[in-house]
Structures are given as C-alpha cells and as structure tokens.
Design a binder for this molecule. Structure first.
Ligand SMILES: NC(=O)c1ccc[n+]([C@@H]2O[C@H](COP(=O)([O-])OP(=O)(O)OC[C@H]3O[C@@H](n4cnc5c(N)ncnc54)[C@H](OP(=O)(O)O)[C@@H]3O)[C@@H](O)[C@H]2O)c1
Length: 243
C-alpha cells in the first residue's frame, strides 16, 4: 500500500492510454487519484487496477462535453475531498487520421472535446482548486498545435497536421496562457504538456515512445517544486517548446 500524501489529482479520459498511466504514476507517488471516464465500467476497471497496485484510486463518470456530468464531478469532489490539488485535462480525440477528408463536423466535434471541454471543466473546478495550497492545472496539448513548429518544420511534420486536431491544440495552448494569467490570483498554476509521440490508441503502435515515458511530462509538471513551475508554457520533458 502506497502512503498517501494528502493531495488529490483528477485526470480526464483516464480509462486507458496516457490518462491511466498518469494516474498510475501519481498514485504510486502517494496522490489520491480520481480517474474519469465516459464509460463508467472502463473507469472502474482502471481504478481497480491501480488499487490492486496499492494506489488510492477512484473513478467517476465524465463525458467531458456533458455539462451535467461536469457539475456531478464537482459535487463528488466537494463531498468526498473538499478540494482539488491537480487537474489534468487529458481526454482528447483525433477524428481526422482515418485517411478520409476532414469536414466541418469533425472539426467541430474535435474542438468540443479538446478545447471547449478543458475550459468548461477547469471553470467548474476553480472553486475546489482554490482550496488547495498548491493547485495546478495541466492541459494535455501536442506539438502538432505549435504554430512555430508547423512553420519551421512543415516538411517533416506537415503530414501529421490536421485542421481539427492541430487547431484544437493551438487553441488549448492559448487557453493555457490565458488561464495561467487569470487564475494566478486564485493560487492556481497552469501549464500545457506535450507527451511525445506515444504508443496509445490515439498515437498508434507506430509511435516510438512507450506510455510510461509519455506520461512523465505531465507527472513532472504535477510534482515539480512550485517555484520551478513553468507558468503558462508548453513543456516536454522539462523543456519549453515553442508556441
Ligand atoms: N499519444 C500521443 O502520441 C499523443 C501525442 C500528443 C498529445 N497527446 C494527447 O494526450 C491525450 C491522451 O491521449 P492518448 O494518446 O492517451 O489517447 P487514447 O489512448 O486514445 O485516450 C484518450 C482518452 O480520452 C477519452 N475521451 C475521448 N473523448 C472523450 C469524451 N468525449 N469524454 C470523455 N473522455 C473522452 C478516451 O475515452 P474512450 O476510451 O471512452 O474513448 C480515452 O480515455 C490527448 O489529449 C492527446 O491529444 C497524445
């Protein structure tokens, strides 16, 4: 059994992939982890796996685009823990890597999950984050949202760029910067993370990086000393990436 450190972390889209692994690593460090999933059974199975590994893990249903679910999660956290220390906006989709042309509908749905949901979830949880003495919000972004990288290395990465996914992550980066400025007065530190190209359902098995290494960027942002936290920046493995 891992000794609890008194800190509570909530990770969205944590039934599999990077979200579950971030939960596993924070749980092993003593965080109480709340894994959210849109499929209640998948969330419960992931939490059970972490509990079996000695972590204090819980699961809650959250379809990130559903305002009623977001309100229920806030109320669950308030009743159960009365605060939140770390929010990881991790749930994400890429609907455009299926070889078919993109469409306004795919772009709209991608923006809803990857950009609007992190805004709505963070807004709903600000009162609980404000009760932490070291609150952090980490938005799971991607280098594929970096305008500077797209401009300077289009020959290498242009083939991976799709309108919905890349604009959603570019928007998430701007949201991160705005939140880092507007939430600092409430004691909430905000940054964005690029995990690398990681073997998951989204990243595919062609990716070079294993999921434990991919989760490390978010885990480092969640655990690094407050004075070293990279407010409002996009980071990968402790280094700042260009916007
Ligand atoms: N893997 C990479 O190479 C890579 C690179 C850069 C950035 N990222 C980012 O890292 C994050 C995690 O990605 P991953 O690679 O771990 O992908 P993944 O294995 O496909 O996991 C995505 C997670 O998001 C959840 N999700 C999707 N839509 C949702 C919705 N509407 N409501 C609630 N949950 C929803 C999924 O739930 P279901 O199981 O129910 O679908 C799943 O738990 C994403 O934001 C992604 O953009 C990944």
């Amino acid at each position: 059994m891992v000794t609890k450190n008194g800190r509570v972390a909530l990770i969205t889209g944590a039934n599999k992939g990077l979200g579950k692994e971030i939960g596993r690593q924070l749980g092993a460090l003593g965080y109480t982890v709340v894994l959210t999933a849109r499929d209640e059974q998948a969330g419960a199975a992931a939490a059970a796996e972490l509990v079996a590994a000695g972590c204090d893990a819980h699961s809650v249903r959250l379809e990130v685009t559903n305002p009623d679910h977001i309100a229920s999660v806030a109320s669950y956290l308030e009743k159960t823990f009365d605060k939140l220390d770390v929010l990881v906006n991790n749930a994400g989709i890429s609907l455009e890597w299926d070889g078919k042309p993109t469409s306004a509908d795919k772009i709209r749905r991608t923006l809803e999950v990857n950009l609007i949901a992190p805004y709505a979830i963070t807004e709903a949880l600000v009162p609980l984050l404000s009760r932490s003495d070291d609150a952090r919000v980490i938005n799971h972004s991607s280098v594929l949202g970096s305008i500077g990288t797209a401009e300077s290395t289009w020959e290498q990465i242009g083939g991976f760029m799709s309108v919905g996914y890349s604009t959603s992550k570019a928007g998430l980066d701007m949201l991160t910067l705005i939140q880092s400025k507007t939430l600092t007065g409430k004691g909430i530190a905000v940054a964005a993370a690029h995990p690398g190209w990681v073997k998951t359902d989204l990243g595919t098995q062609a990716a070079p990086m294993e999921v434990d290494e991919g989760a490390s960027t978010v885990v480092q942002l969640a655990t690094t000393a407050r004075e070293r936290f990279p407010h409002g920046q996009l980071c990968h493995k402790g280094e700042r990436l260009p916007w």
